[in-house]
Ligand binder design. Structure first.
Ligand code: PBG
Length: 333
């Protein structure tokens, strides 16, 4: 750029492109629409019941019947994808996470019911053991407290197959074990599910922003933390290695998570690899915005849209967000 073209700074009036709403829309570099959003939801067993989640004001755990009623509105708003997460009763958890591949479990059941009512809505299921595991870890835990990689991958393959059989469009490994994307791809292909997609949580950081989610699912680890498998927040090059590995193993979409504090990572992944990038605006990001707005410190609607456009501007192709429905309503206005 030749800045000497404009010797007098007043000739270069950048404000002309901001003069009115029509010009601002004309020159806008980033767009946000309902079809960019994935709606994560918390489902529980039973009928006609809903429980507010204390640390996520406005979000509830719901039984499938209640969620199906809400779905009509969600689909009409133009949201194309949902991500169901199961609240598993303590009595159905064990140390081998066997509930994770039970074909009669909550997730396969909800996939079947949702697909029957809304065949076009995409269902993206989480593949990780934490909600089903008494230890609360994403992998199997050895007697000495180690998270076992290869043994976990075997269970993850069963879980992914169980979701594919029920009709999931995407299985989304969020466990951060090594080699799981390739193993899941192979298991799906061998069983004939060559069209079931994989969205890999590729650059998933060991983040304190997941706190409210673990509260929602009662899935916090009983001992230790997730730092031997989730990434160190200090690292950015390592995210590219994780993404590269997942792409080479067959991921269709890669994810960066959380979103807001990791915009540089989203940007790097987007500019380095020719693959769609999902970003997950996680539970803690949601709750921070909601609680600041409830205190009157910030304007809720504006901050929601600004946080989402920022994530898209960084390079995200799609955004997982608990604000999906609210944002879709705001975008309609
Ligand atoms: C499970 C999983 C987690 C989230 C999504 N999938 C929690 C974790 O890894 O501890 C977090 C989502 C959120 O905070 O909104 N592996």
């Amino acid at each position: 750029m030749n800045s000497s073209l404009y010797p007098n700074p007043l000739l270069n009036r950048l404000r002309r492109n901001r003069k009115n709403a029509s010009i601002r829309e004309l020159v806008s570099e980033t767009t946000l629409s309902a079809s960019d959003l994935v709606y994560p939801v918390f489902l529980m067993e039973g009928k006609n019941t809903e429980e507010p989640i204390h640390s996520m004001p406005g979000i509830s755990r719901k039984t499938i019947d209640l969620f199906l009623e809400e779905l009509k509105e969600i689909v009409n708003l133009g949201i194309r994808a949902i991500a169901p997460f199961p609240v598993v009763p303590e009595s159905k958890k064990d140390s081998k996470a066997t509930g994770s591949y039970d074909p009669e479990g909550l997730i396969p059941e909800c996939i079947r019911q949702i697909k029957e009512a809304f065949p076009e809505l995409l269902i993206m299921t989480d593949v990780a053991l934490d909600p089903y595991n008494t230890d609360g870890h994403d992998g199997l835990v050895s007697d000495s407290g180690e998270i076992l990689n290869d043994q976990t991958v075997e269970v993850l393959c069963k879980m992914a197959l169980c979701h594919a059989e029920a009709g999931a469009d995407f299985v989304c490994p969020s466990d951060m074990m090594d080699g799981r994307v390739g193993a899941i791809r192979k298991a799906l292909d061998q069983a004939g599910y060559t069209s079931t997609s994989i969205m890999a949580y590729s650059a998933k950081y060991a983040s304190a922003f997941y706190g409210p989610f673990r509260d929602a699912l009662h899935s916090a680890p009983k001992a230790g933390d997730k730092k031997t498998y989730q990434m160190d927040p200090a690292n950015k090059l390592e995210a590219l290695r994780e993404v590269e590995a997942d792409i080479s193993e067959g991921a269709d979409i890669v994810m960066v998570k959380p979103a807001g504090p990791y915009l540089d990572v989203i940007s790097n992944v987007h500019s380095t690899f020719p693959i769609p990038v999902a970003a997950y605006q996680v539970s803690g990001e949601y709750s921070m915005i909601v609680s600041a707005a409830e205190n009157g410190f910030i304007d809720r609607s504006s901050v929601i849209l600004e946080s989402l456009i920022g994530i898209k501007r960084a390079g995200a192709t799609m955004i997982w967000t608990y604000f999906a429905k609210e944002a879709a309503i705001l975008l309609k206005k």
